[in-house]
Design a protein around this ligand. Structure first.
Ligand code: XUL
Ligand code: CO
Length: 434
């Protein structure tokens, strides 16, 4: 037991608590929505890296947080684990996520890092058993250390490829050991800065073979969770190979991996790619590769990945509406890939950030569920495409030739009339719920 969160009680659901009390006002884990507990719909996870490993730096200044567990010893890594599970107990969220580098000190060799990692994984396993908090996903950090500066799987140096493959093997094994529900691959530095020094075709082929090996290993060890790729456009490299959902789908098809890998879609990454979050979610669902979400938001002015906690109900509601249209989460969930602002030094700030985010998501989910149950958007959508139910229209999609269609149109009786898209009416409808 540490004293980091001393004096901060367990967060309870209490909508009538005084203004500055740290309580849930919308997130009631046991509230039933469509026959399922709210906790089981939303499946919240805390991200270990932002909450316990990030020192509070920005491009102009270094560390602002002075956590008692910062440092590179196993003792401090254990203290960090203790604090993490103390926070999970205060919040009562069901899941957490990690990168290997968040939880263990880097050793002087691969073997030493592996020993550190396995020791901490066992320690985390004991905590999980004691407390009931589960692992939503594990992942490998193949982007922070300087050895990855030119990529991991896509590195021009085959030894970095091998190091990365060995690291993912150990992280996937550890995720499996802890009963993780998914394994995530974010291609942090899988991309390039300049074409002048890059063999793009070779790098993509390396990434393809790498992912095939991950899939093979998943089956070999009997991991039943989902493998998830997290798309992101520029940042850190100028040209990322996993730019967005559509790009990753093309990649999966090319390497015969559709059906094996799904998507972990992050709000801020969608925005950086020039899409909305709901676009990426809807596209993944339509391609049959929707898996999980990283919930956060970016600052609308700064144009980079600020990873802030969500605070916008109308936006978040539209995202959850797409999750509901996808049939809800199966192995996936809502991971708060979000960090404090660097001036938010106090332990209480960490709790407040998560409490606020869980409440925003709960409000948004309830709005989305009500809208989904009401069915107004789906009815409007069905009406808009109703013409395709006609017999002639069906043949135009199945079997007709251009000649045949031309003959029908030329014969008369086909005279399309523009119809309103009714966007404002639909926006007004959505506003009634959010
Ligand atoms: C980076 C990012 C990562 C992944 C996991 O932008 O989102 O934290 O979620 O590697
Ligand atoms: Co993320």
């Amino acid at each position: 037991m540490t004293d980091f969160f001393a004096g901060i009680p367990t967060v309870t659901y209490d909508p009538s608590a005084p203004m500055d009390a740290l309580v849930y006002r919308h997130y009631d884990a046991d509230e039933m929505i469509n026959g399922k507990r709210m906790e089981d719909h939303l499946r919240f996870a805390v991200a270990w890296w932002h909450s316990f490993a990030w020192p509070g730096g920005d491009p102009f200044g270094g560390q602002t947080f002075e956590r008692p567990w910062f440092g590179d010893t196993m003792g401090l890594a254990r203290m960090k684990t203790d604090v993490a599970f103390e926070m999970f107990a205060i919040l009562g969220q069901p899941f957490f996520c990690w990168h290997d580098a968040d939880i263990r000190p880097e050793g002087a060799s691969f073997a030493e890092s592996k020993r550190n990692f396995e020791e901490i994984i066992d320690y985390i396993g004991e905590k999980m058993t004691g407390q009931g908090t589960r692992l939503l996903w594990g992942t490998a950090n193949l982007f922070s250390h300087r050895r990855f500066m030119s990529g991991a799987a896509t590195n021009p140096d085959p030894e970095v490829f091998a190091w990365s493959a060995a690291t993912v093997k150990n992280c996937l094994d550890a995720t499996h050991k802890l009963g993780g529900e998914n394994y995530v691959l974010w291609g942090g530095r899988e991309g390039y800065e300049t074409l002048l020094n890059t063999d793009l075709k070779r790098e993509r082929a390396q990434a393809g073979r790498f992912l095939q090996m991950v899939v093979e290993h998943k089956h070999k060890i009997g991991f039943k969770g989902a493998l998830l790729i997290e798309p992101k456009p520029q940042e850190p490299t100028k040209h990322q190979y996993d730019y967005d959902v559509a790009t990753v789908y093309g990649f999966l098809k090319e390497f015969g991996l559709e059906g094996e890998v799904q998507m972990n879609i992050e709000q801020g990454h969608a925005i950086l790619a020039g899409h909305s979050f709901e676009h990426e979610l809807a596209l993944a669902t339509s391609l049959g590769i929707f898996g999980s979400i990283d919930m956060n938001r970016n600052d609308y002015q700064s144009g980079w990945d600020t990873d802030q906690f969500p605070n916008n109900v109308p936006e978040t509601a539209l995202a959850y509406y797409e999750v509901l249209r996808a049939g809800g989460f199966t192995t996936g969930g809502t991971n708060f890939d979000a960090k404090l602002r660097r001036q938010s030094l106090d332990p209480q700030d960490l709790i407040a950030a998560h409490v606020g985010a869980m409440d925003i998501c709960a409000r948004s989910f309830k709005a989305a569920a009500a809208m989904h149950a009401d069915g107004g958007l789906e009815a409007a959508r069905a009406a808009r495409y109703a013409g395709w139910d006609g017999e002639a229209a069906k043949t135009w999609l199945q079997g007709s030739t251009l000649d045949e269609i031309e003959a029908q149109v030329a014969a008369g009786g086909i005279d399309p009339q523009p119809r309103s898209g009714r966007q404002e009416i639909l926006e007004n409808y959505v506003s009634r719920f959010v």
